[in-house]
Structure formats: structure tokens, C-alpha cells
Design a protein around this ligand. Structure first.
Ligand code: A2P
Length: 329
């Protein structure tokens, strides 16, 4: 595999730091590597594969050198401004923000679902929303096998999805301190409120899950609805997915289809209390599926429970997998 020059934008953040860990773990073929953050972190030291690097302040000339791939996770505003600058300088951007995801010229990719979409990129490839990534991994083989008609998402999302500030609100809240990031206490509570509310009463997170699922599965006819909820879990999102199929199915076949798909681990042995849980998914790269059962209220329906590490598979690992696909190309 050819070695490439890599940049990490937002290297001091929760996802940025995990990019570094995942690149090291997967032995990503790095030649030169550059680390960017805001002026608050400029000058700090970051260690990568045993060598120390100085964090640079991101600016308009940051990409005036040979950088092949940049992994961005520094928020939408930074991606909006700097991803096009990086592309103009010949760099391919894998962007973790929501800024470019629904742009018609930008592929939205989960490597186990739609790897072919990276072929039509024009410099930016978007990494989907964390809850969407872990949901489409099992939906893809089920859609191929039984044709999905309708999906109902209900999420149970960890505080790490809000970065360090979310984790601090949970930890402070357990000690009785008031929240700083969330509008209400998250300790011992659930907030049916992720991202901002839209005119129609949905949150932006819910709309992201609906639109991004259709784009990744390349099927605008899918009927999807969602309720997204922040729960007092440190790391690891859970999603309850109710799925209605066009075609009839055997439950055994559903298990088989899920077991055979890359990236999925089926954990479903309820007699022995075995089902996916965020404390065990945290720190891993797989998507765990369990509680697989028929929905008796419709003709061809199932319920599944899907858990993954939102910072790894839901963000950093997925982005690094996209970068690996780019290198293979
Ligand atoms: P910094 O640590 O210097 O603020 P998180 O999502 O975990 O809060 O992390 C956000 C990441 O994005 C951090 O690395 C943060 O750097 C970086 N960041 C925020 N604003 C900017 C900016 N204007 N330019 C470059 N990096 C930024």
C-alpha cells in the first residue's frame, strides 16, 4: 500500500483524538502527518506512533503543502470554510461534520454499505451522522434481502456524542451540579432533544437520520421516521429499529443475513441475557445487533436493537475506513 500524507483537522477533540488512535491501530500507511486545531491548542504536542508533533493553528495556508488526505472533525463552520480550500490544493477531505452530507456532489459513505459511492467524489467525502452509520449497516443487507418499506428509529444516544462538554455535564450532574451544555440535567434523566428543533417539531438529528439513510441506501422511496433521545450513557449509542418489509421472510433468514454481513456481530441469546449493550460496544469497531424478533402488529415486520461505539464506528473508524478505500483506489 502506498504511503500518503495525512492531516487531522480538529486533532484535539474527542473524534480527532480517536482518528489518531485508529490510524495507529490499523497501521494506516502514513508518510507525513500534520495536526491542526484552533489557536487555543496551537503549540501543544501530540504523539503519533511514538513521535511528537506540534499542533498547528488551522489557517488558509495550512494546505499549501503536499497533503493527500485530510480527516476533518472540527465542526460545520470549519468544514464549510476549509474543506474547499484543501480540495483546491489537491487534497481529498473526509469530513465528519454535517456540512456537506446532503450536497449532491458529495458522496455519503459507510464502507460496509455503499463503498462504490466513493468513486464519484469531487474532493470531499462525507462521513454520516453517528446514529445513521450504525443503523444502515444492518439495514443494507435486510433491504437487499426483503426490501424495506418503512423504518421507525428510536435512539438512546450517549453524551460523548456532544464531545467533552456532554461528558462533563453527565459527570457534574451525578455530583448535583447544574448542566452547562444541555438545557436540562442529563444525569438520571433522558432528553428527547438532540440538536435544534425544526419548524415541524422534529429535531435536526431526526431529520439527519431520515435523509442520510435514504441517501446512503440510495432509495428515496423509503418511509422513515425517528425520535432521537440523549441518555445518561458515557459512550455508545443504541438504536431500536422497527422495520416493515415488502416481502415475507423467515426469522431464521433474518439472523443469517445479519450474521453474514461484514461489520456486524449478532448478539442474541435472550435465555442467557445476551443482547448488545453500550458499555461492551464502547472501544470496539463493530455494530452489534440483537433482540431480533417479529413485529406481530404488521404483516412483514421486525424489531432489532443496534449498538455501536459512536466515536469509533460512528465517526473516527468509519472515516479511516473511507480513507483506506481511497488508498485502495
Ligand atoms: P481546540 O481544541 O483548539 O478548540 P470537540 O468536538 O470534541 O469539541 O472538538 C472540536 C475540535 O475542533 C477541537 O480539536 C477544536 O480545537 C477544533 N476546532 C474548533 N474550532 C476550530 C477552528 N476555528 N479552527 C480549527 N480547529 C477548530
Amino acid at each position: 500500500m502506498n504511503c500518503v500524507n495525512v492531516a487531522i483537522v480538529g486533532c484535539t477533540g474527542m473524534v480527532g483524538r480517536t482518528f489518531i488512535k485508529v490510524l495507529e491501530e490499523r497501521n494506516f500507511p502514513v508518510n507525513e502527518i500534520y495536526f491542526f486545531a484552533s489557536n487555543r491548542s496551537a503549540g501543544r504536542t501530540i504523539t503519533f506512533k511514538g513521535n511528537d508533533y506540534i499542533v498547528e493553528e488551522l489557517n488558509e495556508s495550512s494546505f499549501d503543502r503536499k497533503i493527500n488526505i485530510a480527516l476533518f472533525s472540527a465542526g460545520g463552520e470549519v468544514s464549510k470554510k476549509y474543506a474547499p480550500i484543501a480540495v483546491r490544493k489537491g487534497c481529498i477531505v473526509v469530513d465528519n461534520s454535517s456540512e456537506w452530507r446532503m450536497d449532491k456532489n458529495v458522496p455519503l459513505v459507510v464502507p460496509e454499505v455503499n463503498p462504490e459511492d466513493i468513486k464519484w467524489h469531487k474532493g470531499i467525502i462525507a462521513n454520516p451522522n453517528c446514529s445513521t452509520i450504525q443503523s444502515v449497516v444492518p439495514l443494507k443487507p435486510l433491504h437487499d434481502a426483503f426490501k424495506i418499506k418503512r423504518v421507525v428509529y428510536s435512539t438512546y444516544q450517549a453524551v460523548s456524542g456532544t464531545g467533552m462538554a456532554g461528558v462533563q455535564d453527565l459527570e457534574n450532574g451525578i455530583s448535583g451540579l447544574p448542566p452547562k451544555k444541555y438545557p436540562h440535567p442529563i444525569a438520571f434523566n433522558c432528553l428527547p432533544h438532540i440538536d435544534v428543533f425544526m419548524e415541524d417539531g422534529y429535531t435536526k438529528e431526526e431529520i439527519k437520520m431520515i435523509n442520510e439513510t435514504r441517501k446512503i441506501l440510495n432509495d428515496q422511496s423509503l418511509k422513515i421516521t425517528a425520535t432521537t433521545v440523549r441518555v445518561p450513557v458515557r459512550n455508545g449509542h443504541s438504536v431500536s429499529i422497527n422495520i416493515e418489509f415488502e416481502n415475507s421472510f423467515e426469522l431464521e433468514k433474518v439472523f443469517e443475513v445479519l450474521r453474514n454481513h461484514p461489520g456486524i456481530i449478532v448478539q442474541d441469546d435472550v435465555k442467557n441475557n445476551i443482547y448488545p449493550m453500550p458499555i461492551y460496544a464502547s472501544g470496539t469497531d463493530e455494530v452489534y445487533v440483537g433482540r431480533i424478533r417479529r413485529d406481530f402488529s404488521v404483516e412483514n415486520g421486525i424489531n432489532i436493537w443496534v449498538v455501536a461505539d459512536n466515536i469509533r464506528k460512528g465517526a473516527a473508524t468509519n472515516a479511516v475506513q473511507i480513507a483506506e478505500l481511497l488508498i485502495k483506489e
